[in-house]
Structure formats: structure tokens, C-alpha cells
Design a binder for this molecule. Structure first.
Ligand code: COA
Length: 409
């Protein structure tokens, strides 16, 4: 029997990723938000409609809609899509906004204030050209120390330091991009559905030495949402709009651990340029809460805003020894059949990076993968590959904010 003080697990009972990430010129910020709200409600049950009044609160993640779309007060924009106007809060933490909103939502569930909440991430960036978008994004670096730096330039410094210390090569960086673009071919929601060779990546146009066009995540539009609940079941609506039926949450994936760590905003004040120390700290806490080690994780969505960021992530999360992440990627250890499947969605690099949506998308993608498995096959014979655990890793800026979540089937 359950101990009275024992907390109910938080389950991911619905998940949705907008169709698709990319340059969505025919969709407004509000269209993306509405699509995610309707999509995630529909995802809870494929038989009958989930009752929207089950949603007691909404946490909205977004970085810069005030600049990109001249629309602030997003919590109100989301809440008014529901007849019952649930309380709603907006969370901002640069590219980690999504996972920070997840944590805020989890706290509200763990405290007992709410039992079922929605987390929605959104960013509509492509109405600005790349130069303008780059300037907006650079506000997430240290304005005083790093004035004028772009994120490609800051991650280029991290790449140079890693190359210098560990002998990481141009080919290692390219291998990350080739793999993630190949993975994105299996994801209908991805921004890019095109594969590249190592040579094409290595010879793409220079952005900030050594990072080239195909080392960078793109500027994308998109939204994603999940519904989290501590209940054992949720209400469904009958045709007469009377709550009649229930859906069991028993088989929905649950959050079994998370960690959140911070480091200095500026690279100049960091202890290391070849590790993100916040990733190390956040993942240690997440593994501890989950009672797992890196060896138990066979699939992860990590924050590959630039190819070097994925190499740092897979080392700092403990999947590979420091300095060996690039070679492991080139050797096929991070794709299907390798040691740990990294970024099956295509990651930020190829699935896209609408910054406020990314942290929620990582959770939504992996919750769906845990629930339904991953279809692998050559077109003739198909089989489902199942996973027991999955890990998400979401980074704000150049590593000042990091959140890691561990999910269980
Ligand atoms: N990866 C692959 N292809 C890309 C791409 C990327 N990151 N960015 C753009 N493209 C493609 C476009 O689809 C377009 O292809 P087409 O000619 O076939 O239509 C072509 O490259 C040119 O696109 P454009 O928008 O003119 O590129 P750009 O040079 O203005 O911008 C970057 C490219 C890399 C500078 C921009 O994507 C960028 O700033 N990315 C980083 C975003 C960022 O910092 N995010 C936060 C991380 S912390």
C-alpha cells in the first residue's frame, strides 16, 4: 500500500509538436500556440476528447515574443483559449525556457497546488532575417562582457578550446551534423529533411571559425506542448459534452529525475571552456533522483545548437570519456545500433530550434517515443524498437543554464 507521504509520480499524459518546425510564414505566433493547445489535448486519448477543464494551469515558455512578434503577456494569450481561463505563467530562460517551464510546472504538481497542468513552448522567429534574429538571440549572452558576440562566435570559442585540448577535428564536428540530418529524415516534423556528407558539412560556408553553416542549428518557428499529471486517470468528454468516461494514465511515461544547474553567464568567468559544468551538475542530480547511471540511458535528446555543443553534451552527461565524443560520433556510437542513440529527432541541428519550444519538444518527442517505440526498418520489414529510459538536456545561452530530465516508460 502507498505510504501517505509518498508523492504520486508525474506522468506525461499528452504530447504534441507543431506540424512542423521550420520557416512557417503562413502561421502567426497565435496560430502556433492554438495548434499546440488543441494538438496536445487531442493527443491524450485517440478514442474520445480529453476534457480541457482537466487542465488546472498552463506554463508557457518563450524567449522573445515581445521583440519577434510585438506580443508580450503570453500567459493571457494561452489562457483565453480555454473556456475556464486556467491560471497561466510565462517562463523565460533563453534557449532553456522550455525545460524551466517544465520544472515550474513540476513544482506546482509536487506541492499539491495542481494535479494536471499543461506546459507549452513557442517561438516564432523567421519574420526577422538571420542578422536581426542573431542580434535578438545575443541578448541571452552577457551584455557587458560579451557585447557584440553572436552565439555562433561564443560556441566557436568552445570548439577551438576542445580542439586544442583534446585534438577534436573538423571531421568530428561534421559527423554530428551528418548524423543529425540523417536522423531528421525519419521525423516528419523536422525543419530540414535533407542528408549531407562529411565533405559537404566541412566545406559549407564559414559562420564563425571553425563553425560553418551546417554546424549551426537554424532559426525556426514552432511550438510544442505536454500535459503533466499526478492523477491516475483523466476525464473524457462524451458527445453530449458531459464528462462520462475516464482515460487511465497507468501506461503513460513518467518523470523519474531532473536536475537544474547554473554557471556564469559569460565564458570569461567559467572554470572550463571544454566542459559545461552546469551539464555535469544537473545530470548528476537527475541520475541520483532516478537511481540510474549514464550506462542505463540508451536514448537522449541533447542540446546540439552547434555541433560542438553535442560533443560537449555527450561527454559531460557521462556517455563518453572526456575528449572522445567526436570520435565516438564518427564511429557511429551515437546513432542506431551504437552505444547510445543521440538526437533521434534530428536534434536542434536538423529538427530545428524555435528557442522557447525546444525544451518542451525534447520531452514531447521522447515521451511519444517511450510510449510508442521507434519504428525501424528498410521499407519492406518494419519493427518497433522500445526504450525503458530516456534523457533530455536543454541549455540556455552558452551553458549558464542547464536542465536535465530523465523519463521512464
Ligand atoms: N543549417 C542548414 N541549413 C541552413 C541553416 C542551418 N543552420 N540555416 C539556413 N540554412 C539554409 C536555408 O534553408 C537556405 O537554404 P536554401 O537556399 O536552400 O533555401 C540557406 O541555408 C540560406 O539561408 P539563410 O537564412 O540565408 O542563412 P543565413 O546565412 O542567413 O543563416 C545561420 C545561417 C547559421 C547564420 C543561422 O541559421 C543562425 O544564426 N543559426 C544559429 C541560431 C542560433 O544562434 N540559435 C541559438 C543557439 S544558442
Amino acid at each position: 500500500m502507498k505510504n501517505k507521504n509518498e508523492k504520486s509520480p508525474i506522468r506525461i499524459v499528452g504530447s504534441y509538436i507543431s506540424d512542423h518546425f521550420g520557416e512557417l510564414w503562413d502561421k502567426s505566433l497565435n496560430d502556433l500556440i492554438e495548434e499546440a493547445v488543441l494538438g496536445v489535448i487531442k493527443s491524450v486519448s485517440d478514442k474520445k476528447n480529453f476534457d480541457p477543464e482537466e487542465i488546472e494551469a498552463v506554463y508557457v515558455a518563450n524567449m522573445a515574443s515581445g521583440i519577434f512578434n510585438n506580443q508580450l503577456h503570453l500567459n493571457a494569450v494561452v489562457s483565453e483559449l480555454f473556456k475556464h481561463f486556467p491560471p497561466s505563467i510565462r517562463v523565460e530562460g533563453a534557449c532553456a525556457s522550455g525545460s524551466l517551464a517544465m520544472i515550474a510546472a513540476q513544482d506546482s504538481l509536487n506541492s499539491g497546488r495542481f494535479k494536471t497542468v499543461m506546459v507549452l513552448g513557442v517561438e516564432k522567429m523567421t519574420d526577422f532575417n538571420s542578422n536581426e534574429a542573431t542580434k535578438v538571440l545575443s541578448a541571452a549572452s552577457d551584455y557587458n562582457f560579451e557585447y557584440g558576440s553572436t552565439f555562433p562566435a561564443l560556441y566557436a570559442l568552445l570548439a577551438k578550446a576542445h580542439m586544442h585540448k583534446y585534438g577534436t577535428t573538423r571531421e568530428h564536428l561534421s559527423a554530428v551534423s551528418v548524423k543529425n540530418h540523417r536522423h531528421a529524415l525519419t521525423n516528419p516534423k523536422a525543419h530540414f529533411k535533407k542528408s549531407f556528407t562529411l565533405e559537404q558539412v566541412s566545406e559549407s560556408s564559414m559562420v564563425a571559425d571553425p563553425l560553418r553553416l551546417l554546424d549551426c542549428s537554424p532559426v525556426s518557428d514552432g511550438a510544442s506542448a505536454v500535459i503533466l499529471s499526478t492523477k491516475n486517470s483523466g476525464k473524457l468528454l462524451s458527445n453530449k459534452k458531459v464528462a462520462s468516461d475516464k482515460i487511465s494514465y497507468k501506461n503513460k511515461p513518467k518523470i523519474i529525475g531532473f536536475g537544474h544547474a547554473q554557471d556564469s553567464l559569460s565564458l570569461a568567468n567559467r572554470k572550463s571552456l571544454t566542459s559545461l559544468n552546469a551539464t555535469i551538475s544537473a545530470s548528476k542530480e537527475a541520475y541520483k533522483q532516478a537511481g540510474l547511471t549514464p550506462k542505463d540511458i540508451k536514448v537522449a535528446e541533447v542540446h546540439d545548437c552547434f555541433t560542438i555543443a553535442e560533443i560537449l553534451a555527450i561527454e559531460d552527461l557521462g556517455f563518453f570519456k572526456k575528449g572522445t565524443g567526436g570520435q565516438a560520433t564518427l564511429d557511429g556510437e551515437t546513432t542506431f545500433g551504437g552505444k547510445v542513440l543521440i538526437n533521434p529527432s534530428g536534434g536542434l541541428k536538423a529538427c530545428g530550434h524555435p528557442v522557447g519550444a525546444t525544451g518542451v519538444k525534447q520531452v514531447a518527442y521522447l515521451a511519444d517515443l517511450l510510449e510508442n517505440g521507434f519504428e525501424v526498418g528498410d521499407g519492406k520489414s518494419k519493427k518497433i524498437q522500445n526504450f525503458k529510459y530516456a534523457l533530455t538536456h536543454n541549455v540556455g545561452g552558452s551553458g549558464a543554464t542547464v536542465v536535465v530530465h530523465i523519463l521512464e516508460k
